[in-house]
Design a protein around this ligand. Sequence first.
Ligand code: NAG
Ligand code: NAG
Ligand code: NAG
Ligand code: NAG
Ligand code: NAG
Ligand code: NAG
Ligand code: NAG
Ligand code: NAG
Ligand code: NAG
Length: 706
Amino acid sequence: MEKWVPLVMLLFLYLTLLMEAEVTYDGRSLVIDGHRKILFSGSIHYPRSTPQMWPNLIEKAKEGGVDVIQTYVFWNLHEPQPGQYDFSGRYDLVSFIKEIQAQGLYVCLRIGPYIESEWTYGGFPFWLHDVTGIVYRTDNEPFKYYMQNFTTKIVNMMKSEGLYAAQGGPIILSQIENEYQNIQKSFGEEGSRYVEWAAEMAVGLHTGVPWVMCKQTDAPDPLINTCNGMKCGETFTGPNSPNKPSLWTENWTSFYQVYGGVPYIRSAEDIAFHVTLFIARKNGSYVNYYMYHGGTNFGRSSSAYVITSYYDQAPLDEYGLLRQPKWGHLKELHAAIKSCSTTLLQGIQTNFSLGKMQEGYVFEDGDEECVAFLVNNDSVNKVTVQFQSRSYELLPKSISILPDCQNVTFNTANVNTKSNKRVINPVQSFSSTDKWEQFQDVIPKFEDTLLISNQLLEHMNLTKDKSDYLWYTLRFEHNSPCTESTLHVQSAAHVAHAFVDDTYIGGAHGSHDVKSFTLEVPITLNEGTNNISILSVMVGLPDSGAFLERRFAGLTSVEIQCSEESYDLTNSTWGYQVGLLGEQLQIYEEQNNSPVEWSQIGNTINQRLTWYKSVFDSPEGDDPVALNLGSMGKGETWVNGQSIGRYWILFHDSNGQPSQALYHVPRSFLKDTGNVLVVFEEGGGDPLHISINTVSTTYLDDTISK
Ligand SMILES: *[C@@H]1O[C@H](CO)[C@@H](O)[C@H](O)[C@H]1NC(C)=O
Ligand SMILES: *[C@@H]1O[C@H](CO)[C@@H](O)[C@H](O)[C@H]1NC(C)=O
Ligand SMILES: *[C@@H]1O[C@H](CO)[C@@H](O)[C@H](O)[C@H]1NC(C)=O
Ligand SMILES: *[C@@H]1O[C@H](CO)[C@@H](O)[C@H](O)[C@H]1NC(C)=O
Ligand SMILES: *[C@@H]1O[C@H](CO)[C@@H](O)[C@H](O)[C@H]1NC(C)=O
Ligand SMILES: *[C@@H]1O[C@H](CO)[C@@H](O)[C@H](O)[C@H]1NC(C)=O
Ligand SMILES: *[C@@H]1O[C@H](CO)[C@@H](O)[C@H](O)[C@H]1NC(C)=O
Ligand SMILES: CC(=O)N[C@H]1CO[C@H](CO)[C@@H](O)[C@@H]1O
Ligand SMILES: CC(=O)N[C@H]1CO[C@H](CO)[C@@H](O)[C@@H]1O
């Protein structure tokens, strides 16, 4: 036996050597195993879908001509408390990467660990806020300690699973920090020192693959500065060294959507134009679509005012279905570029004018190989240009690709893929009152509150992101007669609902762009004690900007105007309660013994602070499932104890429509029968008109596709 061991080991060593890929770069591209590569990459974030969806999403990306899957790493999910880690279920980063590897694609791992990404607190775990002396993202010892600790944890995990290309794994590229240049000025010298430190720290982890810093023009060697944006073919100032390639880490396929906003539709033609321009004009050799699949911000994971559906307009929609013609048009573009990538990567680039608004780019490799791009930047007129004594008609705002400098194989404005549209099939309704039970949440009494302070405390510092909700409650003694009294509340974010005794008197909210707001409502005061309670609500934590640790949310001043008198209650004695009773009791969990008495619902709709519960069977088939919550107001929904996200129907967009009415319920959250649906309604809604739907797409000539 013993004799065999060295032989087996040798064989094993030989096999691993065969598979190990060295990743370096030069002025043209990443160099994998000695070969330059043009790579198309697509962002898919593992916690925004489910492990059951991953294989299909990756397969569709691969079929669409994507070579690399790019993902952020979500620190707040993985380290909910310092030193306590969670990599289970949707958070299973290693399984996600192994699935990508199994399908033969590469990975770009953007560790951050600051990620922004419209993710609550930009991906930071909230406990960082309470670390003594911390200032995020600058030359600050406590911050650097935790950043290095988490980055090291992830890198070591990848290494121990053999996931770096240098070990035979799929990871070819990694990212430290994220668009730091946006805030660097706020930190002066300390900011520059931090960039140096972050680069050195990352390189010191010896992953064997290059690191990038995106939107960081001065990324220190050997890190590569990369471009984020919609038009990197026009905006990118280029690599900061001739030895570094032009890489585009975020080419936005759409834009994230906020409550009150409308979807940002970016056409397939426009994306194709700018991707091609980046390759032709900037020698671009890596383009990542942000997002290729956006998915869902489950639970309370979205950042301030960002809706639950994420980049639904991406080539794969929220449900993972092809969005056509985007997916198909980009697939054709990828094939056209790949057909001539050797020439693009080895050839010499020249450019020339073809007219006032027309230009050409040619890549020539010796006398044999030649690739041309003919650009028409006129967005109105098509034009005919002469190139190498042949005529070419160029469509408005388009680029023609000529892999042999003769024949056009692709024009960015000429879409051959058929368009499709989404079909929503209602399969179940909840229209009868006996399908529902309800539980009325309770407005806390001042004397029951556990925390008292004689000032208005900051919202996030109390909730620690364990809940969206914070009650501010006080007793107001009042003995003089008073006509036309009003309550004035100022809040720094995001929503406030005011109650006197148990009666609702009014509410107000801010928006993504203007977070502060004023609530001004008439109030009828009793002689004697008045119990005033204000529910402050956040819709996700902020995710960007300098000094995130110092942000202020919640109430900033409260005043009662009574006849000529004005009572400033800002520094009165306030009692606080974090979260709702139903949240504390976790009544959305699947339980045999409910901790509360659920009651039959009456005919009353539009009740505030009400929990609703029902049961439903899984729709037949495999089509994705969605709840239509269009009849509700604002709140959060759970299916079998798992939160499918916040909803906010009452916040209409400029067309008078809710920004999102349909909410994805992943198939893997469902059982065949007896699924428990729990809805917490904050603003008043009608549960009888909620419906269960399946989602599919149809091509505009009516053939159903998946
Ligand atoms: C990270 O911090 C934890 C404690 O929170 C410690 O156990 C661990 O050793 C640290 N890891 C590194 C790589 O510093
Ligand atoms: C592209 O590469 C060519 C060499 O083939 C070089 O002359 C040119 O300056 C590069 N263009 C850009 C924008 O980097
Ligand atoms: C070639 O491209 C460069 C950079 O975009 C531009 O400044 C120059 O005018 C172009 N040359 C011609 C002949 O169009
Ligand atoms: C096209 O024209 C616009 C102005 O209309 C300009 O901003 C842009 O840089 C031009 N792009 C190219 C590729 O020439
Ligand atoms: C957060 O609350 C703690 C008490 O719980 C207090 O000591 C601290 O000053 C507060 N921090 C901020 C930034 O409000
Ligand atoms: C205010 O709350 C106190 C204690 O909870 C209660 O005794 C009193 O009746 C309430 N006042 C009114 C007007 O409801
Ligand atoms: C409330 O107290 C704070 C300090 O605790 C003070 O700065 C502020 O001026 C006071 N506001 C009012 C309206 O009295
Ligand atoms: C860097 C960059 O190109 N940013 C652009 C991204 O797209 C938006 C919307 O079109 C532009 O406003 C930015 O300038
Ligand atoms: C594959 C292909 O279409 N080749 C054509 C390219 O253009 C030349 C000259 O215009 C034709 O002769 C080829 O047949």
